[in-house]
Design a protein around this ligand. Sequence first.
Ligand SMILES: Cc1cc2nc3c(=O)[nH]c(=O)nc-3n(C[C@H](O)[C@H](O)[C@H](O)COP(=O)(O)OP(=O)(O)OC[C@H]3O[C@@H](n4cnc5c(N)ncnc54)[C@H](O)[C@@H]3O)c2cc1C
Length: 385
Amino acid sequence: MQRAEVVIVGGGIVGASIAYHLTAAGCKGVLIVEREKHQGKGSTGKSMGGVRAQFATPVNIQMSQYSIAFYAGFEERIGHPSGYRGQGYLFLATAESHLAYLRSNQELQKRLGVQDVRMVTTDEVRKSYPQLRTDDVLGASFCPTDGFVDPYSAMTGFTQWALEHGAQIWRDTEVTGINIQSGRISGVETSKGEVSTRVVVNAAGAWAAEVAKFAGIDLPVQPLRRMLVPTEPFDGFPHTAPMIIDMSTGFHFRPEGRGFLLAWNDPEETPGFKTEFDPAFIEKILVHAADRVPCFENVAVNPKRAWAGLYEMTPDHHAILGPVPEPEGLFLANGFSGHGVMHAPATGKIVSDLILRGTTELIDASALGFGRFQTGKLLHETALL
Ligand SMILES: Cc1cc2nc3c(=O)[nH]c(=O)nc-3n(C[C@H](O)[C@H](O)[C@H](O)COP(=O)(O)OP(=O)(O)OC[C@H]3O[C@@H](n4cnc5c(N)ncnc54)[C@H](O)[C@@H]3O)c2cc1C
């Protein structure tokens, strides 16, 4: 029988980052088990790649701070590009309540050390981006170190580094069961046979609840479809623009290649493993796009290039990280609620710390523990996209 120190279920960006951080911390014998032939077929390859520290809760801000700095120095550390571009996130407020919300979030962000985040006047917005309709914009919030990464490239970099330093990956291999003896993990069943191990990390993205069930855990993570629409090449808006978020509708967009990537979270979407792109979405999103960016009225999009993927939602829109009370040896890295790319570096560090040392200095890990669903101490992140 094969043996591993740690088995990571799922080889997306989260599993890859955990493998990197464990290996870099000296753990020998890390094995990633990924059911697809190629990594990135889950949510990682579908992501918009946005990274931001503009959140409303301390843990999310702290995880972004670690992660954004990590992505900025990724190539130097790992020898592979993350594709980080610090073009910023610009939240456009169209109500006094939005402004108050952005200001109070900024106070917290600054207190935690996000130095460059600042309020921007409507005039400044208008001067920088005259293409935006700003008649109802009351102000904005901007953080220049927010931006974008290439999720596939970062996942590949994490994986390659870990493999070159002793970790292993089994692709095209499904984890089908978790073995427990006397209340502690003893191994995993896979489509290629059993692996003996004392530590299993659930990094199965939107499928995490299915994996948790193998160990008798009822994990509150639900899949929710999100759709993205890339435009054809378009030069009517600057390609140096940040991610721009219209707070009145939730419509947001960013430059991508020679065109733009358009996003909007349809409030009518319901949970489920739906990964088909719905062509009717194009008309809905283009209405919001043209409303905020009138020159997008005639932008060309090709429905064949649009795609859908899954967010992995938790009841309080925060990740669930760390050990479960029982079985001993099962660790969770789940429920990123649409922030798994930007929080992957921090997650790798936190989960690796918790496995190897039982504690972490990066965040108050108890805040994100599975136990919060028993005690009812939920957190509430409202800065969702
Ligand atoms: C349209 C869209 C836009 C997004 N935009 C952003 C963004 O701008 N910024 C951001 O930070 N996040 C964004 N996200 C969210 C982000 O993509 C996810 O949070 C992140 O990719 C989660 O990574 P993961 O490794 O946990 O999951 P995944 O990438 O889904 O990886 C999980 C892996 O587990 C494997 N697996 C599952 N079950 C088993 C099993 N039983 N055995 C073996 N393998 C198994 C799957 O095959 C999969 O490869 C977006 C998501 C979508 C869909």
